[in-house]
Design a protein around this ligand. Structure first.
Ligand SMILES: Cc1ncc(COP(=O)(O)O)c(C=O)c1O
Length: 448
């Protein structure tokens, strides 16, 4: 009998001893960086993955979970998606690695796909292995194109783990080593829930734009290479920029001689609903965009796409041995084709609306849910001390665990670690949204 058919009820299965998980934890403790143990399922009970298929994940103890986080918004079209698996195996049997010294049709096909579906005049791609490298490439290209050095990013941004991308990342706990790129600096990030008390949304937008103008006039020499931001800050807690934010920021950036870099590592490929890319909701055309995570359903792919003139400025030799590897490219192409054929941006809009309505309804009786926000299949609950806006990371942690007890995997994040992040697969069905929301509602009641 297939294992799916005998998957035990997740709650009943809690009584198991977790001996296999504990044994794996001991082995991991001996040989992997200690900080990885701190981050295991956000700090509490470790979860050792047995296998995963579609929207479901099984731990090694046999418990089944509905996965509403997809390996941090990375498994976009379901675990072990048959079409992606077949394309991967086919490519591995054809040519597994060749390096960028040779032409590979599949790599060119992915670049053609990106040029066709990304907004504006973005046409030329460079492939790497991670979001960090995609963002590094974007900054390098902005600097070669403009001849300027300073880059402005946002507080609460996350951009990766290289020295420069730790400088781009504006969370103290994600920075280490102390040697960063001193030309990357942050301005205030837009977060309507945490705007100054009593300020209207319009006044808040003016306040943010004034802060950027003042920053450019005082903390740079008046020129910048780029402004770089996520349309919805992922690690920052799914904070959605106000509707006119990027339209107001862009002229200031251009005036300072800079280009617009938009990081779509979390928001890309239909995640926010209606469009391929998140930034299309804001109606601006970036000069450079970056992708990773969901582009290849879990394969290590980073992509930086730019306008022809920005691309032309990159003249020094640059190479990524594994970037554009035919196997990862086959995975990216199969994932993108799957998204296109099933119009998953439309599914993300429809199921995202269903999820949002259910979240608002289940949050209403609980004063500890301060904010429900997000777009498409990227939704969040911010937990606070009732009657205040004081962050409540302890309850957020308890809720993550309570959701797990209900057989539901969700994520946690935000500046204060008090935001629950919910991001089902792009091909999730209405039935599974209802199933997941039922589980989450019971978890909310459990921590009330
Ligand atoms: C918005 C954003 N940019 C860049 C990165 C870095 O990606 P990677 O971990 O693949 O290097 C992340 C990772 O979480 C991210 O969320």
């Amino acid at each position: 009998m297939p294992r799916d058919a005998v998957a035990p009820d997740p709650i009943a299965a809690r009584t198991t001893s977790d001996a296999t998980t504990q044994a794996l934890l001991e082995r991991q403790r001996a040989v992997l960086l200690p900080v990885q143990n701190r981050m295991l399922y956000y700090g509490d009970r470790p979860l050792a993955v047995g296998r995963a298929k579609g929207d479901w994940l099984w731990d090694v103890e046999g418990r089944r979970y509905l996965d509403f986080f997809g390996g941090i918004l990375t498994v976009s079209v379901g675990h072990a998606n048959d079409e992606v698996v077949e394309a991967t195996v086919r490519q591995m049997r054809t040519a597994g690695h060749t390096s960028t010294l040779y032409l590979n049709e599949v790599t060119i096909e992915v670049a053609e796909f990106l040029a066709r579906v990304t907004p504006g005049r973005l046409q030329v791609s460079f492939f790497t292995n991670s979001g960090t490298e995609a963002d590094e490439t974007a900054v390098m290209a902005a600097r070669t194109y403009t001849g300027h050095c300073d880059v402005v990013s946002l507080r609460h941004a996350y951009a990766g783990r290289s020295a420069s991308m730790m400088a781009m990342t504006a969370h103290a706990n994600w920075r280490q080593g102390g040697v960063y790129d001193g030309h990357i600096k942050q301005v205030r990030s837009p977060n309507l829930y945490r705007k100054p008390a009593g300020m209207s949304d319009e006044a808040y937008l003016d306040f943010l734009v004034d802060d950027l103008a003042d920053f450019l006039a005082t903390c740079t020499d008046g020129t910048i290479a780029a402004f770089m931001a996520e349309p919805i800050q992922g690690v920052g807690g799914f904070a959605v920029a106000p509707r006119d934010y990027f339209r107001r920021v862009e002229p200031l950036v251009r005036e300072a001689g800079g280009v617009m870099i938009i990081d779509e590592v979390q928001t890309g490929w239909g995640r926010t609903g209606r469009h391929w890319c998140g930034i299309e909701h804001w109606g601006i055309e970036p000069d450079i965009m970056t992708f990773a995570k969901g582009i290849a359903n879990g394969a290590p792919v980073g992509a930086t796409i730019m306008t022809p003139e920005v691309a032309e400025s990159v003249q020094a030799l640059t190479l990524s041995t594994f970037g554009g590897n035919p196997v990862s490219m086959a995975q990216a192409l199969a994932t993108l084709r799957y998204i296109e054929r099933h119009q998953l941006w439309a599914n993300a809009a429809a199921q995202g609306a269903r999820l949002r309505a259910r979240l608002e309804a289940m949050a209403a009786p609980h004063a500890f849910v301060g904010d429900v926000r997000g777009m498409g299949l990227m939704q969040a609950l911010e937990l606070v001390v009732p009657g205040t806006q004081e962050p409540d990371p302890a309850r957020a942690n308890a809720l993550t665990n309570a959701a797990r007890d209900q057989g539901l995997l969700i994520g946690k994040g935000g500046r204060y670690g008090n935001v629950l992040r919910i991001a089902p697969m792009l091909n999730v069905t209405a039935d599974l949204i209802d199933e997941g929301c039922g589980r989450l509602e019971r978890a909310l009641t459990a921590v009330a």
